[in-house]
Design a protein around this ligand. Structure first.
Ligand SMILES: Nc1ncnc2c1ncn2[C@@H]1O[C@H](COP(=O)(O)OP(=O)(O)OP(=O)(O)O)[C@@H](O)[C@H]1O
Ligand SMILES: [Mg+2]
Length: 413
């Protein structure tokens, strides 16, 4: 019998569910993909429970139908502008694995992470992830894995991600009402990193930009740990609205024109390219040059990239980021994003993040707007592996602690 794992991305534009199956011999395959239009969210936050529950059920049912299995739980993504990242540090005295040696053990690591996590956050917020960046043992800085080192003083530098308690509870409630348990939840951008970023990129220092419908999620990583995370309240919906307002057409028509003829980098457009704007209220359709659409989209996309650049600039002055700018989300499908981001960030190192091939029946998920849900599925798969090793190992406490240390995107306890 195979083990079923599920990733669920509750986005502002679409809800996406992916089912993966792990066979007894350990082979992992994607067997079901389901999506549905999302109408119950604004900027990544649930504003209409009924609509969201219905859309989640639809996406899950579609995925179940494709895979032929019934699912009961999932790893869920958390998005929205209520999310915030901050860096913190904690210090403890090493007690050691046993009383005679000062050899750092799992308990010391747990304690130092708890110390680093002890920041004051308002009552209405909760910690979602605590991710170790590096450790300092006595005066030795930049240690990735302090286990078994001898020391007196252990210090941890961590990145903490917090979010609004009620926003998270509402999202979990929707999933529960769609008859699913939430095994774990994860920041959207962290999930996307899992599915599209290479280890080299994470080590060298890279920026992941997820251009969604209602939000743009950003994460900056170096030395395989996040340095900065934030969510901007802008996305593809604003771009569509701009077209709709400037051209006096409905949002649906504007969206279709954006998908068919949108572009955010003028040099990519040939001289004679034209777009048909359907007439409104009995007016005849008009033909306009495609450059007119680009003139609307490019400034908005430039603004989004500039906002990101501005927020990251102080960090870029102190840390060298020699990896890539990786763009995912539905907005990454807009022609010209790579060129425009390269211009704003003044670099050639920009690419679109497309999830890799995980086998199975369908390749539908091999698109940048599936980056988040695929990352969530990978998190679900990892979770399953950790659980199995906990079930089978006799060194009950040591092994899971080690696994969790390596999978930095998970909260440590
Ligand atoms: N081919 C395309 N060209 C331009 N834009 C596109 C294209 N395909 C999708 N988009 C845009 O991408 C956005 C949706 O992206 P995505 O599916 O990643 O959002 P989401 O995950 O539902 O939302 P969020 O992450 O903000 O909650 C929409 O605004 C849509 O118009
Ligand atoms: Mg999204």
């Amino acid at each position: 019998m195979s083990t079923v794992v599920v990733g669920l991305d509750i986005g502002t534009s679409r809800i996406r569910a992916i089912i993966g199956e792990i066979s007894d011999s350990g082979v992992f395959q994607i067997t079901g993909v389901g999506t549905s239009p999302s109408t119950g969210l604004r900027k990544g936050v649930v504003v209409n429970i009924e609509n969201t529950v219905r859309a989640i059920s639809q996406a899950i049912e579609a995925a179940e139908l494709m895979s032929g299995v019934e699912v009961t739980s999932c790893v869920m993504g958390i998005g929205g502008t209520h999310l915030d990242g901050l860096n913190s540090r904690g210090v403890v005295a090493v007690t050691g694995k046993n009383r005679d040696s000062r050899e750092i053990g799992p308990d010391d690591i747990s304690r130092v992470i708890i110390a680093a996590k002890a920041v004051v956050i308002p009552m209405d917020r909760q910690v979602i992830h605590v991710i170790p960046q590096s450790y300092i043992v006595d005066d030795q800085k930049g240690i990735r894995d302090p286990r078994n080192m001898i020391g007196v003083r252990l210090e941890a530098e961590v990145h903490i991600i917090t979010g609004s308690v009620t926003s998270i509870q509402n999202m979990i409630k929707c999933v529960n009402r769609a008859s699913l348990n939430v095994d774990e939840y994860m920041l959207h951008a962290l999930a996307s990193v899992k599915s599209v970023m290479t280890v080299d990129e994470r080590e060298l220092g890279s920026i992941l930009i997820d251009l969604g419908g209602g939000t743009t999620d950003v994460i900056v990583l170096a030395d395989d740990a996040p340095l900065m995370t934030f969510v901007l309240p802008v996305g593809g919906i604003q771009v569509t609205n701009d077209i709709s307002i400037v051209k006096g057409i409905s949002a649906e028509t504007a969206e279709r024109i954006k998908l068919d003829a949108g572009c955010c980098w003028m040099p990519l457009i040939e001289d004679n390219e034209e777009v048909i704007l359907p007439g409104v209220g009995g007016r005849p359709p008009v033909i306009i040059p495609r450059t007119e659409i680009c003139e609307i989209i490019q400034p908005r996309m430039t603004e989004i990239f500039k906002m990101i650049h501005e927020k990251i600039s102080p960090l870029m002055k102190t840390r060298q980021l020699s990896g890539n700018v990786v763009i995912t989300g539905g907005g990454a499908l807009l022609p010209g994003v790579v060129e425009l981001a390269g211009d704003v960030f003044n670099t050639q190192a920009v690419r679109i993040g497309i999830p890799g091939n995980f086998g199975g029946l369908t390749n539908e998920y091999r698109s940048p707007d599936y980056a988040t849900v695929l990352g969530l599925l990978l998190a679900a798969q990892e979770r399953q592996k950790v659980q199995e090793s906990t079930d089978t190992t006799h060194e009950v406490s040591a092994k899971p602690a080690f696994m969790r240390l390596r999978t930095w995107w998970k909260e440590l306890f």
